[in-house]
Ligand binder design. Structure first.
Ligand SMILES: Cc1cc2nc3c(=O)[nH]c(=O)nc-3n(C[C@H](O)[C@H](O)[C@H](O)COP(=O)(O)O)c2cc1C
Length: 203
């Protein structure tokens, strides 16, 4: 990946990648140790597609559908990925990365010591403007829907990581204000959680 690249087309996700679902559920675990190696573009492609990739394209009748459900198919959860070359927004419709920051912010993904070696950081952002006022009468309802929807995305990532021998940990111990500033987000864009992913260390 070139540092100058603004858009990175990801390889197609390996949707025929095989690992027994029930085994993935049994083996899913939070793992906080990883190798000091980058993920391949194919792994990043699979990871992001598993998170919330498009499984049914938009049609005249319906919005697209994704691997993760969302309230009224609002698709308010946006995923950003922090790599050593910068931060990218996952454009799920085009299955590509759009660079939003040319800075390595991986050490700010969470507040624990392990951030120092985090190879890949996912940042889950809820765009409150995509949540209908009709259903969400209060801000609290928007937080509830967003927190629920981000859980599905994170669990998809957990299951893919289990299948692909990757280590992952979802993080609530984060400095939301700092991350929000670093990413230059709008007021209606709320940082929900982050998640680290790395190549698992040999057992
Ligand atoms: C909402 C949420 C926030 C979490 N925040 C952190 C965190 O900030 N740091 C961390 O090391 N683990 C965090 N975890 C991981 C939990 O500690 C872990 O899921 C729990 O110990 C159960 O382990 P398991 O995932 O292997 O079943 C979080 C998990 C969830 C669901």
């Amino acid at each position: 990946m070139s540092i100058m690249t603004k858009i990175i087309k990801l390889p197609a996700p390996q949707t025929d990648f095989q690992f027994p679902l029930m085994k993935a559920l049994e083996l899913r675990r939070t793992k906080r140790k990883w190798k000091n190696t980058n993920l391949s573009e194919q792994q990043i492609s699979n990871l992001l597609w598993a998170a919330c990739g498009v499984t049914q394209p938009e049609s005249k009748k319906s919005k697209s559908r994704r691997t993760a459900p969302s309230v009224c198919n609002s698709q308010e959860i946006k995923v950003c990925i922090a790599l050593n070359t910068g931060v990218y927004r996952y454009d799920e419709a085009q299955h590509q990365l759009v660079k939003i920051l040319s800075k390595d912010i991986r050490m700010h993904i969470g507040t624990q010591k392990m951030m120092k070696s985090a190879p890949v950081g996912l940042i889950y952002i809820s765009d409150f403007s995509l949540l209908s006022e009709f259903i969400h009468k209060t801000r609290e309802q928007k937080w509830v829907s967003s927190a629920t929807d981000v859980g599905f995305v994170s669990q998809n990532v957990y299951l893919y990581c289990t299948a692909a021998n990757l280590s992952t940990v979802v993080l609530g111990l984060i400095d939301r204000e700092n991350l929000h500033k670093l990413l230059g987000l709008q007021e209606q864009e709320k940082i929900m959680y982050t998640q680290i992913v790395g190549i698992a260390v040999d057992k």
